[in-house]
Each structure stands twice: as structure tokens, then as C-alpha cells.
Design a protein around this ligand. Structure first.
Ligand code: FES
Length: 149
């Protein structure tokens, strides 16, 4: 176990253990949950490694690989789908020259999708890091991306 992982686990472990909360806290600090650390995480939480691996594989919000400096996520839920998220996703893929799950050259942006972001009333929704954008049009993407450069 790396000293960094050990330090983070010491801060996030609760009794009784909350696996999802601990994994989300790790991801918040490291940018992803390293799969090679599953047994160390399980040991720190006092649970079987299979339980940690199960939670890790079940929740799509948990990232197994690192992301670029900014994580762009396009909501693919029903409301967003009905309001043009597919076109937004294609435009972002073209502009960034990446596919879903990939990081653009230079490491600035990672593109990903998500299920409903709870922002349906103003869909389609895109998040960049912790920022939420609704009623987004493809014509607004250049201006939006410029804010994060
Ligand atoms: S479906 Fe996209 S915010 Fe709900």
C-alpha cells in the first residue's frame, strides 16, 4: 500500500464500514479508484475484497482509470436523450477527438457519459467537473470548453 493510499484510507474509513462512501472519497482524492488497491481497501475497511470489487464494478460513477484535468460527462438519461444529448456527445467527440471514456491529447479533458443527473427540467445536461450545465446547445460548446482551458 502506498503512503498516499494509506493516509487517505485512514481518513475515510468509518465503523461500520461504508464501502461506496470510501470508494467515492478515494476517487475524489485520486481521480479514480485504482483496481490494484482493492485488497488494501478491503483490508482497511475490514470487509472481503470481493465486496469492494463488487461495489467497484456495479456503480458506473466509480472510475477505474485516471481522467484528464477536467472530466466532461454527458447525461444520457431519457429526458436528455429526448432533448439532444446524442448530438452534444457527437459534437464533443468531434471537437475533442476522443471517444467516450478517453482523454484528449494533452490530458486536458476526459469525455464520459452518465445516467440521469437529476437536472431533467433543463435537459440536455452536461457536467464539467462539479459544474452543471443545462439546456446546452452544440453551438455553445466552444465557449463552454474555452472556460476550462
Ligand atoms: S435525464 Fe439527463 S438530467 Fe435527467
Amino acid at each position: 500500500m502506498t503512503p498516499q493510499l494509506s493516509e487517505i484510507l485512514a481518513q475515510v474509513v468509518e465503523r461500520p464500514p461504508n464501502i461506496l462512501k470510501a470508494l467515492l472519497a478515494l476517487q475524489e482524492r485520486l481521480g479514480h479508484v485504482p483496481t490494484e488497491a482493492v485488497s488494501d481497501i478491503a483490508h482497511a475497511l475490514g470487509v472481503p475484497a470481493a465486496q469492494v470489487a463488487g461495489v467497484l464494478s456495479y456503480y458506473p460513477d466509480l472510475r477505474l482509470t485516471g481522467s484528464g484535468r477536467h472530466l466532461i460527462r454527458v447525461c444520457m438519461g431519457e429526458s436528455c436523450y429526448a432533448n439532444g444529448c446524442g448530438r452534444l456527445l457527437r459534437e464533443l467527440q468531434d471537437r475533442l477527438r476522443v471517444d467516450v471514456g478517453e482523454t484528449a491529447a494533452g490530458g486536458k479533458f476526459t469525455l464520459d457519459t452518465m445516467s440521469c443527473a437529476g437536472n431533467c427540467a433543463v435537459s440536455p445536461t452536461v457536467t464539467i467537473d462539479r459544474d452543471l450545465y443545462g439546456r446546452l446547445l452544440p453551438s455553445q460548446l466552444d465557449t463552454l470548453l474555452e472556460r476550462y482551458k
